[in-house]
Design a protein around this ligand. Structure first.
Ligand code: BEZ
Ligand code: FE
Length: 287
């Protein structure tokens, strides 16, 4: 502890950590780095007191925006590229396994359980393109994994997720599927279209402050899970979609891009999208 000046302020605050209560090594590591980076940021931009107060008011408004359906701070983290960075730190790819990416705020627990090959479509749109999605889910040795649970969800052809749109049936374009004995999955859905993330309230303020747009490229979300394997939270992207290399939440990874092809007549859909995944066993992940 000590008397502060502009040169020693960071050291003084860091030295105060744990002086009046026990803290863990991890708490010390996190707080020391946070204090150094936060102080460094204030010095870098020569932050003025009025700007500090503006920032505090902004965070107050962000907190007031949160409710059951909206977690504003995750959205702000997405716009700043923090969620995708934390996801890459939490799920490093060091083998053949598929890459993860952000979950996003629109997942719903317990989607309808559907048989292999069934459709998630509960409402039709004039501009829809139906698609047959299929592929294999394999382990790191290339063997198909049977009985893998796969939750899928996407926006409708009007660019809105079912739970935000009173004009769509419950659980439209959502489903839970399982791989067969060969690790093969299949379902019918629509080609996902680009859509804007919520850009009102403080998320919109941040986008405008950054001179950015709210749009995401067309994507299908997945959560792939099976006991003994690391859950895979990911998305696959349409190689022809607008915003693919300018995603408002920076979640697109090269390995997650696939291509819609014209479907063969027997599939009875407009398009066909084939995509395989590799999941990592808990034992390999723990090595
Ligand atoms: C999404 O893909 O659903 C999403 C991801 C991050 C922020 C908002 C939406
Ligand atoms: Fe999404």
């Amino acid at each position: 502890m000590g008397i502060v000046n502009i040169d020693n302020i960071s050291d003084v605050v860091i030295a105060s950590l744990g002086q009046h209560g026990n803290i863990t090594d991890r708490q010390r590591e996190i707080m020391s780095s946070l204090i150094r980076h936060l102080h460094g940021f204030c010095k870098d931009v020569n932050l003025q007191h009025g700007e500090f107060l503006e920032g505090c008011e902004y965070l107050k408004r962000a907190g007031q925006t949160c409710d059951e359906n909206r977690q504003e701070f995750i959205l702000l983290g997405d716009i700043l590229g923090v969620e995708v960075l934390v996801d890459m730190l939490s799920n490093p790819v060091d083998g053949p396994e598929s890459e993860s990416t952000v979950l996003g705020p629109f997942y719903r627990e317990n989607p309808p359980v559907l048989p292999k090959g069934a459709s998630t479509i509960k409402k039709h749109y004039d501009n829809e393109e139906t698609a047959y999605f299929e592929g294999y889910i394999r382990d790191a040795n290339g063997n198909g994994v049977a009985g893998v649970q796969m939750d899928v969800w996407e926006d409708a052809p009007n660019g809105v997720y079912e739970n935000l749109d009173p004009d769509q049936p419950e659980y439209n374009l959502r489903g839970r599927f399982e791989t067969d004995e060969n690790g093969h999955y299949a379902f019918v859905a629509v080609r996902p279209v680009p859509y804007p993330i919520p850009d009102n309230e403080t998320a919109g303020e941040l986008l405008r402050y950054m001179g950015h747009h709210p749009n995401r490229p067309g994507h299908m979300h997945f959560i792939i899970s099976k006991d003994g394997f690391r859950p895979l939270i990911s998305q696959i992207y349409d190689s022809e979609s607008k915003w693919l290399d300018d995603d408002s939440v920076f979640a697109v990874k090269e390995s997650l891009i696939g291509t819609f092809k014209k479907a063969a007549p027997e599939l009875e859909t407009d398009l066909h999208f084939e995509f395989d995944f590799v999941i990592k066993s808990e034992a390999i992940a723990a090595e």
